[in-house]
Design a protein around this ligand. Structure first.
Ligand code: HEC
Length: 476
């Protein structure tokens, strides 16, 4: 009985009281966008700004976007170009800047007003998957797959300490409320606490047999975390006890977020489920099935009034809690452009699998990690207007044709165009290379329809078109 009563009270509180209070105070007139559309690849992270009016997203498309929460698709304030690989996470800095980390281990400090790089700090080359900023804003913590955690001065970017001890990739980092401790979660299954001043390990808080994938700190100092086996917990580092157990996902927990009030938690799983739970009890308040696959990026809007989420799509979806809306998925092309199907021709399948995450084939191809391949044959290397090429491609001097494209993937971009941003990849089979080239030749030819291919690989919906025009307008 108690449980039922508490559940009803929780529901009332979460869905009636909080929104009612918020609606009448801060957010009386603000309407959230339906989604944030503008990235050219899946979104890796979503971070809501301190006053709740702006958002940072990072993407597989090598960029981050600073958004204003207005308009149906959100408004792109600045696109942040500077990383040469997927950008995994971002934080807002107290001085109006931001910090981002990427797959190649680079930390970039940005000036958000101008959208320019203040500092780019190389790492060890290993993936950095998570970044946290200390409560006072002076320190950054970076979770690296080289098993270490690095602390940097948030203003100068200088490395202040390297925390060593984890026996696996470090997946998540969070500062304690007083900024003196750092909590870290790792693939090695442990949750650890470190001294921020000295970099020394204070204690091992938990030891699970499974990778701890995600970690958040609640405003009251408790820690919430989710594991590879689908379980999740709220843990009190003061008492050393588990305060709540979260409902288990049928797949790894990939995303976790805490609302600003600290009352709600949301988890996203490899099972495509999003759950909103009471942070104090772990009771599930809402559960959604995302028919479009896993969910790894999550963030609550200010006032607990909406949940931003993202997975395989190129956009962030917004589920509105206040005024409460049923969970409706936004239209999405399925299968995704990078999911190949058996009935594709071999060249098309090669493109869908290996290229389409980073390249479009359309004339007005929107921004992805790489330039559009429309009109590729006979085009000089490095010449799509507005695309931020590497110096290597800008200064190269040859024309793309059957022969040069064949060499590119026979030798690999690192050999054929050294210094290129395109990741190391080779297609060893001559047959596959010629199938890919024949396909590209057919669908990128400006003389044919000129609007790209038909079929799944290049299939785009109306959303993408809307994004095109926005992308063009807002690219710097
Ligand atoms: C992870 C992202 C990624 C993938 C996957 C990828 N590319 Fe690229 N590609 C890039 C980037 C980034 C550039 C720009 C490189 C630079 O500026 O150095 C590029 C450049 C190119 C260029 C040169 C374009 C020009 O205008 O000069 C060609 C051709 C190309 N890619 C073809 C392909 C094909 C074909 C595939 C699949 C077999 C592929 N790429 C897969 C990211 C990718």
């Amino acid at each position: 009985m108690d449980q039922i009563v508490s559940r009803v009270l929780t529901l009332l509180f979460a869905w009636v009281v909080i929104p009612a209070v918020c609606a009448t105070t801060v957010h009386a007139n603000s309407v959230l966008p339906e989604r944030l559309a503008g990235h050219g690849g899946p979104i890796r992270s979503i971070t809501v700004g301190p006053d709740g009016t702006d958002v940072l997203t990072t993407s597989f498309d090598y960029s981050a976007i600073h958004w204003a929460l207005s308009g149906g698709d959100g408004t792109v304030l600045k696109r942040l170009f500077g990383h040469d690989t997927a950008v995994n996470d971002a934080v807002f800095l107290s001085d109006g800047g931001a910090a981002t980390v990427s797959d190649d281990g680079v930390l970039i400090l940005w000036d958000l007003a101008s959208g320019t790089v203040r500092q780019s700090i190389p790492g060890t080359g290993d993936k950095i998957i998570d970044i946290a900023v200390s409560p006072s804003g002076d320190r950054l913590a970076l979770a690296s797959w080289d098993h270490t955690v690095r602390l940097h001065d948030a203003e100068t970017g200088a490395l202040t300490a390297t925390l060593k001890g984890h026996r696996g990739s470090v997946n998540a980092v969070r500062f304690s409320a007083d900024g003196r401790s750092l909590f870290t979660a790792s693939y090695d299954g442990t949750l650890r606490e470190w001294d921020v001043q000295t970099g020394a390990l204070r204690r091992r808080l938990m030891d699970h047999g499974w990778s701890i994938n995600v970690l958040e700190r609640l405003p009251d100092g408790k820690l919430a975390y989710g594991l590879l086996d689908g379980t999740g917990f709220v843990f009190d580092p003061v008492s050393g006890e588990t305060a709540a157990t979260l409902s288990k996902h049928d797949g790894p927990v990939l995303g976790l977020t805490v609302s600003q009030s600290g009352k709600l938690l949301a988890t996203g799983g490899g099972d495509g489920r999003i759950r909103v739970s009471d942070a104090a009890t772990g009771t599930v308040i809402e559960e959604f099935e995302n028919p479009f696959g896993p969910v790894w990026a999550l963030a609550f809007a200010k006032g607990d009034r909406a949940l931003f989420y993202a997975g395989l799509d190129d956009f962030v979806s917004v589920w509105t809690i206040e005024p409460r809306k049923p969970f409706e998925t936004v239209d999405s092309v399925f299968p995704r452009r990078f999911q190949a199907s058996a009935d594709m021709d071999p060249g098309e399948r090669e493109f869908a699998r290996k290229c389409s995450v980073c390249h479009t084939l359309e004339k007005d191809g929107k921004f992805r990690a790489g330039p559009t391949l429309f009109g590729l044959f006979g085009r000089r290397v490095g010449t799509v207007p507005g695309y931020p090429y590497s110096d290597a491609l800008k200064s190269a001097d040859f024309v793309w044709n059957e022969e040069t494209i064949d060499k590119l993937f026979d030798l690999g971009p690192h050999e054929y165009t050294p210094g290129s941003k395109m990741p190391l990849q080779r297609i060893r089979s001559t047959e596959r290379r010629s199938a890919l080239i024949a396909y590209l030749k057919r669908v990128t030819d400006p003389a044919s329809a000129g609007s790209g291919p038909s079929g799944t690989a290049g299939q785009e919906d109306g959303n993408d078109k809307a994004v095109n025009s926005e992308g063009q307008e807002t690219q710097q």
